[in-house]
Design a protein around this ligand. Structure first.
Ligand SMILES: *Cc1c(COP(=O)(O)O)cnc(C)c1O
Length: 379
């Protein structure tokens, strides 16, 4: 049977149509300026994003994976140094650690927020540990207060992977608030089109409050040169295109509206799912807002994969973020880790399901999606 309607997981086209005039004009202006690389749009975007986040230095770069790599290069780690990160994350986080010949040390996540488990961080620290890389997964900050306290006690850096949580706000117990990505030593993000602040190609950025580190990050992203044709160390070539920066300047002005649209959609999903014993809705940590890069359910009683197939027959897409834990990926197998070592991660990989979440969801879409989820769970 043909589904009654076919919904997208993410609706970038409708989002674009609402701001088409502004975006088209911004792109045309760059084309007519011929300042395609490192033009004024890139500088303006970096400074506007810095103001939005409260970040002293914003260094735009080519993508979120490069952002993580440049961050770790700038901190001057030596091969074999240990970097602690979550076993339940996108591969990029662990990939750059391995690529730089550092040692990824994986730890399990919290079953409620899916972010890095702080007790597990403490247990994983050794004399070779240099950094903790919390991932603000699905749009909610990890427990940054506790992570910063652990880092200070052990003299470690904190690199926040904010690719999924740009705009999220963290509140410390003393009432101080900070935007995700501005709390640790360095924050990194991605402007991949489907991220909460997405461009129309690839893009990324690095944030820091530290002047010396800001200069170093800028230098490493630009072939390791501080002055043109003078290379102080080995760097990389990682730039944000002027056209993407111009698009991001437009979209940054809408970011708070976009966050609100996602939060409203999440609240509407919550209202229909609450109290259903067959699933766990996204649990919010008191210290952080949630900007819902994903709305991820834990399917507890019935088969997640059967629910996914059922939704597909109704024209409802869904995705599994992430189906295979890092320690069970061929590229990252390590004699230190065995299946069973990260029980929460392994459980989540089998039971999570992300349903459509974007800025253009209508009340009707949400009602249609949630009634189908409930129909399957209650059958
Ligand atoms: C998307 C993402 C990245 C990588 O970003 P790219 O721009 O695709 O390189 C890194 N970490 C996390 C958690 C992500 O979601």
């Amino acid at each position: 049977m043909e589904p009654i309607r076919k919904l997208p997981m993410v609706d970038l086209l409708t989002q674009y149509k609402h701001i088409q005039q502004e975006v088209d004009q911004a792109v045309l202006d760059v084309m007519r300026s011929s300042a395609y690389i490192n033009g004024p749009e890139v500088k303006s975007f970096a400074s506007e994003l810095g103001s939005y986040l409260g970040a002293k230095h914003v260094i735009p770069c080519a993508n979120g994976t490069d952002a993580l790599q440049i961050a770790m290069m700038a901190l001057g780690y030596q091969p074999g140094d240990e970097v602690i990160t979550a076993s339940f994350t996108y591969v990029a986080t662990a990939e750059v650690i391995a690529l730089l010949k550092l040692k990824p040390v994986l730890v399990d996540v919290d079953p409620e927020t899916f972010t890095i488990d702080c007790d597990a961080i403490e247990r994983a620290i050794t004399p070779r540990t240099v950094a903790i890389v919390p991932v603000h997964l699905f749009g909610q900050c990890a427990n940054m207060e506790r992570i910063m306290e652990i880092a200070q006690r052990h003299n470690l850096h904190v690199i926040e992977d904010t690719a999924q949580a740009i705009g999220a706000e963290y509140t410390f117990s003393d009432g101080r608030t900070s935007k995700a990505g501005t709390i640790g030593t360095i924050g990194t993000t991605s402007f991949f089109p489907s991220k909460n602040l997405g461009c129309m190609g690839d893009g990324g950025a690095i944030f820091t409050q530290d002047d010396a580190l800001g200069n170093r990050l800028r230098m490493i992203a630009n072939h390791g040169q501080s002055v043109q044709y003078q290379h102080d160390e080995v760097g990389v070539n990682s730039r944000l295109d002027s056209i993407q920066a111009a698009i991001l300047r437009v979209k940054l002005r809408h970011l708070d509206t976009y966050c609100k649209a996602r939060q409203d959609a999440a609240a509407a999903y919550d209202a229909t799912f609450a109290e259903n014993p067959g699933l766990q809705i996204p649990i919010r940590l008191s210290g952080s807002t949630h900007v819902f890069h994903q709305y991820t359910l834990v399917i507890k009683t019935k088969s997640r994969d059967e629910l996914r197939s059922f939704l597909d027959t109704r024209g409802i897409p869904s995705m599994i973020y992430y189906p295979i834990p890092l320690h069970m990926q061929s590229a990252y197998t390590d004699p230190r880790y065995q299946p069973g070592d990260f029980p929460v991660t392994e459980y989540l990989c089998k039971h999570v399901l992300s349903i459509p979440m974007h800025t253009e969801l209508s009340a009707e879409d949400i009602a249609y999606i949630s009634s189908n989820v409930l129909e399957f769970l209650n059958s």
